[in-house]
Design a protein around this ligand. Structure first.
Ligand SMILES: [Zn+2]
Length: 70
């Protein structure tokens, strides 16, 4: 029983049972990280998306400054 609990982790999006070494959910294609609390997989940090978001917001702030405040 315990072995079964530790053989799977759950997808954080759809709670599908995934193998411990899976890096992507086979149900909803969400990327999943290592298992966290309560057997639910952690979401991996999307550094590229994070970087793009920062770059994008900086560009918008710069554009507003350039367009209205210059
Ligand atoms: Zn899923």
């Amino acid at each position: 029983m315990n072995d079964l609990l530790h053989a799977f982790k759950k997808c954080p999006e759809c709670l599908a049972n995934l193998k411990m070494d899976a890096d992507r959910c086979h149900e909803c294609k969400t990327k999943v990280g290592p298992v966290g609390k309560r057997g639910i997989a952690k979401r991996p940090v999307d550094w590229l998306g994070y970087l793009l978001a920062i770059t994008f917001s900086t560009a918008i702030v710069y554009f507003i400054w350039w367009a209205f405040l210059k």
